[in-house]
Design a protein around this ligand. Structure first.
Ligand code: FAD
Length: 435
Protein backbone atom coordinates (compact mmCIF):
# COMPACT_ATOMS: atom_id res chain seq x y z
CA UNK A 1 0.00 0.00 0.00
CA UNK A 2 1.31 3.45 -0.94
CA UNK A 3 2.17 5.87 1.88
CA UNK A 4 1.86 8.97 -0.31
CA UNK A 5 -0.78 11.54 0.70
CA UNK A 6 -2.54 14.51 -0.89
CA UNK A 7 -4.28 17.40 0.82
CA UNK A 8 -8.00 17.72 0.02
CA UNK A 9 -10.09 20.69 1.17
CA UNK A 10 -13.65 21.57 0.22
CA UNK A 11 -16.67 23.51 1.55
CA UNK A 12 -19.56 21.12 2.03
CA UNK A 13 -23.24 21.96 1.88
CA UNK A 14 -25.16 21.34 5.11
CA UNK A 15 -27.96 19.40 3.52
CA UNK A 16 -30.22 19.12 6.55
CA UNK A 17 -30.27 19.41 10.33
CA UNK A 18 -31.94 16.75 12.50
CA UNK A 19 -32.54 16.00 16.14
CA UNK A 20 -31.23 12.46 15.65
CA UNK A 21 -29.26 10.86 12.83
CA UNK A 22 -28.96 7.08 12.93
CA UNK A 23 -26.21 5.53 10.80
CA UNK A 24 -26.86 1.96 9.63
CA UNK A 25 -30.24 0.25 9.27
CA UNK A 26 -29.53 -3.26 10.56
CA UNK A 27 -31.56 -4.74 13.43
CA UNK A 28 -30.09 -2.10 15.77
CA UNK A 29 -30.36 0.93 13.50
CA UNK A 30 -33.90 0.33 12.32
CA UNK A 31 -35.09 0.03 15.93
CA UNK A 32 -33.02 3.05 16.99
CA UNK A 33 -34.56 5.23 14.29
CA UNK A 34 -38.15 4.14 14.93
CA UNK A 35 -37.61 4.45 18.66
CA UNK A 36 -36.29 8.03 18.40
CA UNK A 37 -38.94 9.08 15.85
CA UNK A 38 -41.75 7.76 18.04
CA UNK A 39 -40.56 10.18 20.74
CA UNK A 40 -41.15 13.04 18.35
CA UNK A 41 -37.49 13.51 17.41
CA UNK A 42 -36.85 14.64 13.84
CA UNK A 43 -34.94 11.54 12.79
CA UNK A 44 -32.92 10.49 9.75
CA UNK A 45 -31.67 6.99 8.97
CA UNK A 46 -28.62 6.73 6.71
CA UNK A 47 -27.88 3.43 4.97
CA UNK A 48 -25.08 2.67 2.50
CA UNK A 49 -27.11 0.02 0.67
CA UNK A 50 -30.36 0.58 -1.24
CA UNK A 51 -32.37 -1.58 1.13
CA UNK A 52 -33.00 -1.44 4.87
CA UNK A 53 -32.08 -4.26 7.23
CA UNK A 54 -28.35 -4.98 7.26
CA UNK A 55 -27.83 -8.64 8.04
CA UNK A 56 -31.58 -9.09 8.48
CA UNK A 57 -32.07 -8.64 4.70
CA UNK A 58 -28.98 -8.09 2.53
CA UNK A 59 -26.89 -10.41 4.72
CA UNK A 60 -29.59 -13.13 4.43
CA UNK A 61 -29.12 -13.93 8.10
CA UNK A 62 -31.81 -15.95 9.87
CA UNK A 63 -33.26 -17.10 12.21
CA UNK A 64 -33.54 -14.14 14.59
CA UNK A 65 -31.72 -15.52 17.60
CA UNK A 66 -31.36 -14.57 21.25
CA UNK A 67 -33.95 -13.24 23.65
CA UNK A 68 -34.58 -10.20 25.81
CA UNK A 69 -37.28 -9.30 28.32
CA UNK A 70 -40.80 -8.71 27.03
CA UNK A 71 -42.14 -5.47 25.61
CA UNK A 72 -39.29 -4.21 23.42
CA UNK A 73 -39.45 -3.23 19.76
CA UNK A 74 -38.00 -6.65 19.05
CA UNK A 75 -41.40 -8.20 19.88
CA UNK A 76 -43.20 -5.82 17.54
CA UNK A 77 -40.72 -6.40 14.73
CA UNK A 78 -40.74 -10.22 14.85
CA UNK A 79 -44.54 -10.07 14.86
CA UNK A 80 -44.50 -7.84 11.76
CA UNK A 81 -41.93 -10.11 10.11
CA UNK A 82 -44.28 -13.03 10.68
CA UNK A 83 -41.99 -15.02 12.99
CA UNK A 84 -43.42 -14.28 16.45
CA UNK A 85 -42.33 -17.68 17.76
CA UNK A 86 -38.68 -17.50 16.73
CA UNK A 87 -36.86 -18.73 19.78
CA UNK A 88 -33.60 -17.91 21.51
CA UNK A 89 -31.48 -20.69 20.04
CA UNK A 90 -33.21 -21.26 16.72
CA UNK A 91 -34.56 -24.69 17.55
CA UNK A 92 -37.89 -23.85 15.89
CA UNK A 93 -35.86 -22.84 12.84
CA UNK A 94 -38.33 -20.05 12.09
CA UNK A 95 -36.49 -18.13 9.39
CA UNK A 96 -38.11 -14.91 8.23
CA UNK A 97 -38.76 -14.15 4.56
CA UNK A 98 -36.04 -11.72 3.37
CA UNK A 99 -38.25 -10.24 0.63
CA UNK A 100 -41.07 -9.58 3.07
CA UNK A 101 -38.57 -8.12 5.55
CA UNK A 102 -37.49 -5.46 3.04
CA UNK A 103 -41.10 -4.21 2.80
CA UNK A 104 -41.80 -4.55 6.51
CA UNK A 105 -38.76 -2.50 7.47
CA UNK A 106 -39.51 0.21 4.93
CA UNK A 107 -43.08 0.49 6.31
CA UNK A 108 -41.83 0.37 9.90
CA UNK A 109 -39.54 3.36 9.31
CA UNK A 110 -42.00 5.25 7.09
CA UNK A 111 -44.91 4.95 9.53
CA UNK A 112 -42.74 6.38 12.31
CA UNK A 113 -41.84 9.37 10.13
CA UNK A 114 -38.17 8.50 9.73
CA UNK A 115 -36.44 10.32 6.86
CA UNK A 116 -34.50 7.74 4.83
CA UNK A 117 -31.18 8.26 3.08
CA UNK A 118 -30.53 5.11 1.04
CA UNK A 119 -27.51 4.29 -1.11
CA UNK A 120 -25.85 6.89 1.06
CA UNK A 121 -22.68 6.05 2.97
CA UNK A 122 -21.31 8.02 5.88
CA UNK A 123 -17.69 8.69 5.01
CA UNK A 124 -16.55 11.02 7.78
CA UNK A 125 -17.69 13.22 10.64
CA UNK A 126 -17.66 16.92 11.44
CA UNK A 127 -16.32 17.52 14.93
CA UNK A 128 -16.86 20.42 17.29
CA UNK A 129 -14.07 19.72 19.78
CA UNK A 130 -14.80 16.26 21.18
CA UNK A 131 -18.41 16.38 20.02
CA UNK A 132 -19.66 14.84 16.77
CA UNK A 133 -21.59 17.71 15.21
CA UNK A 134 -22.62 15.92 12.02
CA UNK A 135 -21.85 13.19 9.54
CA UNK A 136 -20.49 13.60 6.02
CA UNK A 137 -22.55 11.58 3.57
CA UNK A 138 -21.66 10.55 0.05
CA UNK A 139 -24.45 11.21 -2.45
CA UNK A 140 -24.44 11.04 -6.26
CA UNK A 141 -24.22 14.83 -6.20
CA UNK A 142 -21.19 14.81 -3.93
CA UNK A 143 -20.36 15.03 -0.25
CA UNK A 144 -22.90 16.74 2.03
CA UNK A 145 -23.30 17.22 5.77
CA UNK A 146 -26.18 16.07 7.95
CA UNK A 147 -25.99 17.85 11.28
CA UNK A 148 -27.60 16.32 14.33
CA UNK A 149 -28.10 17.08 18.00
CA UNK A 150 -27.36 13.42 18.67
CA UNK A 151 -26.02 10.65 16.45
CA UNK A 152 -26.53 6.90 16.84
CA UNK A 153 -23.79 4.70 15.42
CA UNK A 154 -25.52 1.49 14.34
CA UNK A 155 -23.15 0.82 11.44
CA UNK A 156 -22.00 -2.53 12.84
CA UNK A 157 -18.37 -1.55 12.32
CA UNK A 158 -18.79 1.66 14.32
CA UNK A 159 -17.71 3.86 11.42
CA UNK A 160 -18.95 7.10 13.00
CA UNK A 161 -17.16 6.41 16.28
CA UNK A 162 -14.03 5.46 14.32
CA UNK A 163 -14.06 8.66 12.23
CA UNK A 164 -14.58 10.62 15.47
CA UNK A 165 -11.44 9.04 16.93
CA UNK A 166 -13.14 6.98 19.66
CA UNK A 167 -11.08 4.26 21.32
CA UNK A 168 -11.86 0.72 20.20
CA UNK A 169 -10.77 -2.89 20.55
CA UNK A 170 -10.64 -5.56 17.88
CA UNK A 171 -10.61 -9.34 18.18
CA UNK A 172 -9.74 -11.71 20.97
CA UNK A 173 -7.09 -11.27 23.63
CA UNK A 174 -3.65 -12.43 22.61
CA UNK A 175 -3.76 -12.56 18.82
CA UNK A 176 -6.57 -9.99 18.07
CA UNK A 177 -8.17 -12.39 15.58
CA UNK A 178 -11.87 -11.79 14.86
CA UNK A 179 -14.65 -14.26 14.12
CA UNK A 180 -14.77 -15.44 10.48
CA UNK A 181 -16.98 -14.00 7.76
CA UNK A 182 -19.61 -16.08 5.96
CA UNK A 183 -21.64 -15.77 2.79
CA UNK A 184 -25.13 -17.12 3.42
CA UNK A 185 -26.95 -18.96 0.65
CA UNK A 186 -30.22 -20.74 -0.03
CA UNK A 187 -30.75 -24.18 -1.53
CA UNK A 188 -33.91 -25.51 -3.11
CA UNK A 189 -34.79 -29.01 -4.28
CA UNK A 190 -34.09 -30.51 -0.85
CA UNK A 191 -36.32 -33.39 0.23
CA UNK A 192 -38.64 -32.19 2.98
CA UNK A 193 -37.52 -34.74 5.56
CA UNK A 194 -33.81 -34.25 4.86
CA UNK A 195 -31.86 -33.27 7.93
CA UNK A 196 -31.46 -29.82 9.39
CA UNK A 197 -28.70 -29.06 11.84
CA UNK A 198 -27.34 -26.09 13.81
CA UNK A 199 -23.69 -27.12 13.48
CA UNK A 200 -21.93 -27.46 16.80
CA UNK A 201 -25.04 -26.66 18.83
CA UNK A 202 -27.06 -29.70 17.67
CA UNK A 203 -26.25 -33.31 18.45
CA UNK A 204 -28.05 -34.60 15.34
CA UNK A 205 -27.03 -38.20 14.53
CA UNK A 206 -26.27 -39.21 10.96
CA UNK A 207 -25.23 -42.68 9.78
CA UNK A 208 -24.27 -43.74 13.30
CA UNK A 209 -22.28 -40.70 14.37
CA UNK A 210 -22.84 -37.07 15.28
CA UNK A 211 -23.43 -35.09 12.07
CA UNK A 212 -20.71 -32.62 13.13
CA UNK A 213 -18.21 -35.50 13.49
CA UNK A 214 -19.25 -36.80 10.06
CA UNK A 215 -18.77 -33.40 8.39
CA UNK A 216 -15.53 -32.77 10.29
CA UNK A 217 -14.10 -36.07 9.05
CA UNK A 218 -15.10 -35.34 5.45
CA UNK A 219 -13.79 -31.79 5.76
CA UNK A 220 -10.39 -33.17 6.82
CA UNK A 221 -10.49 -35.43 3.76
CA UNK A 222 -10.93 -32.33 1.57
CA UNK A 223 -14.62 -32.68 0.68
CA UNK A 224 -15.53 -29.33 2.23
CA UNK A 225 -13.69 -25.97 2.26
CA UNK A 226 -10.90 -26.06 4.90
CA UNK A 227 -12.77 -24.25 7.71
CA UNK A 228 -16.32 -25.29 6.86
CA UNK A 229 -16.69 -28.40 8.99
CA UNK A 230 -19.69 -26.99 10.81
CA UNK A 231 -22.58 -27.41 8.37
CA UNK A 232 -25.57 -25.36 9.52
CA UNK A 233 -28.77 -26.07 7.60
CA UNK A 234 -31.91 -24.14 8.52
CA UNK A 235 -35.39 -24.93 7.31
CA UNK A 236 -37.13 -21.86 5.82
CA UNK A 237 -40.77 -20.97 5.21
CA UNK A 238 -40.52 -22.49 1.71
CA UNK A 239 -40.94 -26.29 1.43
CA UNK A 240 -37.80 -28.00 0.11
CA UNK A 241 -35.60 -25.03 0.96
CA UNK A 242 -32.63 -24.70 3.34
CA UNK A 243 -30.69 -21.63 4.43
CA UNK A 244 -27.01 -22.59 4.64
CA UNK A 245 -24.64 -20.92 7.09
CA UNK A 246 -21.45 -22.84 6.33
CA UNK A 247 -19.00 -20.98 4.08
CA UNK A 248 -16.22 -19.46 6.15
CA UNK A 249 -13.20 -17.24 5.58
CA UNK A 250 -10.78 -16.70 8.45
CA UNK A 251 -8.32 -13.87 8.96
CA UNK A 252 -10.62 -11.33 7.31
CA UNK A 253 -10.80 -7.85 8.82
CA UNK A 254 -13.94 -6.51 7.17
CA UNK A 255 -12.93 -2.89 7.71
CA UNK A 256 -10.17 -3.52 5.14
CA UNK A 257 -11.48 -3.40 1.56
CA UNK A 258 -8.73 -5.73 0.28
CA UNK A 259 -9.81 -8.38 2.79
CA UNK A 260 -13.47 -7.94 1.80
CA UNK A 261 -12.66 -8.45 -1.89
CA UNK A 262 -10.56 -11.54 -1.10
CA UNK A 263 -13.36 -13.05 0.99
CA UNK A 264 -15.97 -12.33 -1.69
CA UNK A 265 -14.06 -14.35 -4.31
CA UNK A 266 -13.26 -17.19 -1.91
CA UNK A 267 -16.76 -17.52 -0.43
CA UNK A 268 -18.61 -17.47 -3.76
CA UNK A 269 -16.42 -20.44 -4.77
CA UNK A 270 -17.18 -22.15 -1.46
CA UNK A 271 -20.93 -22.04 -2.20
CA UNK A 272 -20.38 -24.50 -5.06
CA UNK A 273 -18.09 -26.71 -2.96
CA UNK A 274 -20.58 -26.93 -0.08
CA UNK A 275 -23.48 -27.62 -2.46
CA UNK A 276 -21.51 -30.37 -4.17
CA UNK A 277 -20.68 -31.87 -0.77
CA UNK A 278 -24.34 -31.92 0.27
CA UNK A 279 -25.41 -33.50 -3.03
CA UNK A 280 -22.84 -36.25 -2.69
CA UNK A 281 -22.74 -36.98 1.02
CA UNK A 282 -26.07 -36.06 2.64
CA UNK A 283 -29.31 -37.94 2.03
CA UNK A 284 -32.15 -35.87 0.65
CA UNK A 285 -29.82 -33.24 -0.85
CA UNK A 286 -29.00 -35.15 -4.09
CA UNK A 287 -31.07 -32.81 -6.25
CA UNK A 288 -30.49 -29.55 -4.44
CA UNK A 289 -29.45 -26.41 -6.29
CA UNK A 290 -28.48 -22.88 -5.31
CA UNK A 291 -31.52 -20.58 -5.30
CA UNK A 292 -29.73 -17.43 -4.19
CA UNK A 293 -27.10 -15.94 -1.94
CA UNK A 294 -26.70 -12.91 0.28
CA UNK A 295 -26.07 -9.59 -1.46
CA UNK A 296 -23.06 -9.11 0.74
CA UNK A 297 -20.81 -11.21 2.91
CA UNK A 298 -21.85 -11.44 6.54
CA UNK A 299 -19.54 -9.86 9.06
CA UNK A 300 -19.66 -11.16 12.62
CA UNK A 301 -17.06 -9.04 14.35
CA UNK A 302 -15.05 -5.87 13.80
CA UNK A 303 -14.57 -2.90 16.16
CA UNK A 304 -15.87 -2.87 19.71
CA UNK A 305 -15.78 0.65 21.12
CA UNK A 306 -14.68 1.36 24.66
CA UNK A 307 -17.58 2.84 26.55
CA UNK A 308 -18.19 4.08 30.06
CA UNK A 309 -18.52 0.40 30.97
CA UNK A 310 -17.16 -2.69 29.20
CA UNK A 311 -19.56 -5.63 29.45
CA UNK A 312 -17.46 -8.47 30.91
CA UNK A 313 -17.54 -12.22 30.36
CA UNK A 314 -18.42 -12.72 34.01
CA UNK A 315 -21.41 -10.38 33.76
CA UNK A 316 -22.93 -12.88 31.32
CA UNK A 317 -21.92 -15.88 33.37
CA UNK A 318 -23.61 -14.66 36.55
CA UNK A 319 -26.45 -12.76 34.88
CA UNK A 320 -25.38 -9.44 36.35
CA UNK A 321 -27.95 -6.75 37.07
CA UNK A 322 -27.09 -3.05 36.65
CA UNK A 323 -28.81 0.03 38.09
CA UNK A 324 -28.59 1.64 34.63
CA UNK A 325 -30.05 -1.37 32.77
CA UNK A 326 -31.52 -0.53 29.36
CA UNK A 327 -31.66 -4.09 27.96
CA UNK A 328 -32.92 -6.65 30.45
CA UNK A 329 -32.50 -10.42 30.46
CA UNK A 330 -30.44 -10.59 27.28
CA UNK A 331 -29.75 -14.22 26.56
CA UNK A 332 -27.78 -16.16 24.00
CA UNK A 333 -24.85 -18.57 24.18
CA UNK A 334 -21.28 -17.24 23.83
CA UNK A 335 -21.08 -18.29 20.18
CA UNK A 336 -17.50 -17.83 18.97
CA UNK A 337 -17.09 -19.10 15.42
CA UNK A 338 -13.46 -20.14 15.35
CA UNK A 339 -11.18 -17.27 14.23
CA UNK A 340 -8.36 -19.77 13.61
CA UNK A 341 -10.07 -22.95 12.47
CA UNK A 342 -13.45 -24.64 12.05
CA UNK A 343 -16.57 -24.75 14.23
CA UNK A 344 -16.41 -23.22 17.73
CA UNK A 345 -13.25 -21.57 19.00
CA UNK A 346 -13.46 -23.06 22.45
CA UNK A 347 -15.14 -26.42 21.94
CA UNK A 348 -18.71 -25.96 23.08
CA UNK A 349 -20.46 -22.60 23.29
CA UNK A 350 -20.81 -21.41 26.88
CA UNK A 351 -24.29 -20.89 28.32
CA UNK A 352 -25.09 -17.51 29.88
CA UNK A 353 -27.44 -16.47 32.68
CA UNK A 354 -29.85 -13.85 31.26
CA UNK A 355 -27.95 -10.60 31.81
CA UNK A 356 -28.48 -6.84 31.69
CA UNK A 357 -26.83 -4.36 29.35
CA UNK A 358 -26.23 -1.03 31.08
CA UNK A 359 -26.62 2.35 29.38
CA UNK A 360 -22.90 3.00 29.97
CA UNK A 361 -22.04 0.34 27.31
CA UNK A 362 -23.73 2.62 24.74
CA UNK A 363 -21.81 5.76 25.70
CA UNK A 364 -18.33 5.98 24.15
CA UNK A 365 -15.52 7.30 26.31
CA UNK A 366 -14.51 10.90 25.61
CA UNK A 367 -16.52 11.39 22.38
CA UNK A 368 -19.70 13.41 22.85
CA UNK A 369 -22.89 13.69 20.81
CA UNK A 370 -22.73 9.98 20.03
CA UNK A 371 -24.58 6.83 21.15
CA UNK A 372 -23.24 3.37 20.25
CA UNK A 373 -25.71 0.73 19.12
CA UNK A 374 -25.84 -2.90 17.95
CA UNK A 375 -22.76 -5.04 17.71
CA UNK A 376 -20.23 -2.18 18.11
CA UNK A 377 -21.16 -1.36 21.74
CA UNK A 378 -18.70 -1.71 24.58
CA UNK A 379 -17.97 -5.29 25.58
CA UNK A 380 -15.30 -7.97 25.52
CA UNK A 381 -14.75 -10.33 22.58
CA UNK A 382 -16.58 -13.09 24.46
CA UNK A 383 -19.47 -10.89 25.64
CA UNK A 384 -19.88 -9.60 22.07
CA UNK A 385 -20.19 -13.21 20.88
CA UNK A 386 -23.49 -13.34 22.79
CA UNK A 387 -25.08 -9.87 22.47
CA UNK A 388 -24.33 -9.62 18.70
CA UNK A 389 -27.42 -11.67 17.79
CA UNK A 390 -30.35 -9.87 16.23
CA UNK A 391 -32.94 -9.96 19.05
CA UNK A 392 -30.48 -8.39 21.46
CA UNK A 393 -29.28 -5.85 18.86
CA UNK A 394 -32.90 -4.77 18.28
CA UNK A 395 -33.36 -4.06 22.00
CA UNK A 396 -30.01 -2.24 22.15
CA UNK A 397 -31.21 -0.22 19.15
CA UNK A 398 -34.42 0.81 20.86
CA UNK A 399 -32.55 1.98 23.96
CA UNK A 400 -29.99 3.90 21.89
CA UNK A 401 -32.80 5.70 20.04
CA UNK A 402 -34.45 6.74 23.31
CA UNK A 403 -31.14 8.03 24.68
CA UNK A 404 -30.38 10.03 21.54
CA UNK A 405 -33.90 11.51 21.38
CA UNK A 406 -33.73 12.58 25.04
CA UNK A 407 -30.30 14.17 24.50
CA UNK A 408 -31.59 16.05 21.45
CA UNK A 409 -34.70 17.25 23.28
CA UNK A 410 -32.73 18.54 26.26
CA UNK A 411 -29.87 19.91 24.18
CA UNK A 412 -27.28 17.97 26.18
CA UNK A 413 -24.75 15.25 25.42
CA UNK A 414 -25.99 11.65 25.64
CA UNK A 415 -23.59 10.96 28.53
CA UNK A 416 -25.43 13.62 30.59
CA UNK A 417 -28.79 11.84 30.29
CA UNK A 418 -29.90 10.32 33.58
CA UNK A 419 -30.40 6.59 33.00
CA UNK A 420 -33.67 6.79 34.97
CA UNK A 421 -35.13 8.96 32.21
CA UNK A 422 -34.26 6.36 29.56
CA UNK A 423 -35.73 3.66 31.76
CA UNK A 424 -38.92 5.69 32.28
CA UNK A 425 -39.53 5.94 28.52
CA UNK A 426 -38.92 2.21 28.08
CA UNK A 427 -41.11 1.29 31.07
CA UNK A 428 -43.91 3.56 29.78
CA UNK A 429 -43.74 1.60 26.49
CA UNK A 430 -44.24 -1.61 28.45
CA UNK A 431 -40.65 -2.84 28.40
CA UNK A 432 -39.86 -5.11 31.32
CA UNK A 433 -36.60 -3.81 32.83
CA UNK A 434 -36.68 -5.16 36.35
CA UNK A 435 -38.78 -8.36 36.37
C1 FAD B 1 -22.94 -15.05 8.70
C2 FAD B 1 -23.64 -14.57 9.93
C3 FAD B 1 -24.60 -15.37 10.50
C4 FAD B 1 -25.28 -14.93 11.61
N1 FAD B 1 -26.28 -15.71 12.12
C5 FAD B 1 -27.14 -15.16 12.98
C6 FAD B 1 -28.37 -15.82 13.26
O1 FAD B 1 -28.64 -16.91 12.78
N2 FAD B 1 -29.23 -15.19 14.10
C7 FAD B 1 -28.96 -13.97 14.66
O2 FAD B 1 -29.80 -13.45 15.41
N3 FAD B 1 -27.80 -13.33 14.42
C8 FAD B 1 -26.90 -13.88 13.57
N4 FAD B 1 -25.75 -13.21 13.24
C9 FAD B 1 -25.41 -11.95 13.94
C10 FAD B 1 -26.23 -10.75 13.49
O3 FAD B 1 -26.67 -10.88 12.16
C11 FAD B 1 -25.44 -9.42 13.60
O4 FAD B 1 -24.57 -9.40 14.68
C12 FAD B 1 -26.46 -8.29 13.71
O5 FAD B 1 -27.13 -8.17 12.48
C13 FAD B 1 -25.80 -6.97 14.08
O6 FAD B 1 -26.77 -5.95 13.95
P1 FAD B 1 -26.33 -4.46 13.71
O7 FAD B 1 -27.57 -3.70 13.48
O8 FAD B 1 -25.41 -4.03 14.79
O9 FAD B 1 -25.42 -4.50 12.39
P2 FAD B 1 -25.71 -4.95 10.89
O10 FAD B 1 -26.80 -5.93 10.77
O11 FAD B 1 -24.38 -5.32 10.35
O12 FAD B 1 -26.18 -3.59 10.21
C14 FAD B 1 -25.30 -2.51 10.02
C15 FAD B 1 -25.86 -1.62 8.91
O13 FAD B 1 -25.06 -0.45 8.80
C16 FAD B 1 -24.82 -0.16 7.42
N5 FAD B 1 -23.58 0.60 7.34
C17 FAD B 1 -22.34 0.18 7.69
N6 FAD B 1 -21.44 1.17 7.52
C18 FAD B 1 -22.13 2.23 7.04
C19 FAD B 1 -21.75 3.54 6.67
N7 FAD B 1 -20.47 3.96 6.77
N8 FAD B 1 -22.70 4.38 6.20
C20 FAD B 1 -24.01 3.98 6.10
N9 FAD B 1 -24.41 2.74 6.45
C21 FAD B 1 -23.49 1.88 6.93
C22 FAD B 1 -24.73 -1.54 6.81
O14 FAD B 1 -24.91 -1.51 5.41
C23 FAD B 1 -25.83 -2.28 7.54
O15 FAD B 1 -27.08 -2.13 6.92
C24 FAD B 1 -24.99 -13.66 12.17
C25 FAD B 1 -24.01 -12.85 11.60
C26 FAD B 1 -23.34 -13.30 10.49
C27 FAD B 1 -22.34 -12.40 9.86
Amino acid sequence: MSTKTISYKKDLQIKEEYDVVVVGSGPAGICAAVSAARMGARTALVERYGVLGGNLTVGAVAPILGSVSKGTLRDELVERLGVPDCDEIGATQQCHDFEKAKRVLADFAHEAGVKLYLQTAVVDVVMDGDRVDGVIISEKTGLKVLRAKAIVDASGDGDVAFYAGAEYQMGRDGDSLVQPVTLMFTLQGVEEDALTCIGEVDFVQYKGERFLDYTTRLCKEGHLPPYSASVRLFRTLVPGERLVNTTQANGIFATDSDDVARAEVDLRRQIDQVTEFLRKYVDGYQNCYVKGSAETLGVRETRRFVGEYILEDNDLRVGRRFDDVVVHKASFIVDIHNPAGSAQAEGVPEEVTPYDIPLRCLIPKKIDGLVLSGRCISGTHRAHASYRVMSICMAIGEASGVTAALAAKKGVNPREIDYKEVQKVLLDRGVNLFD
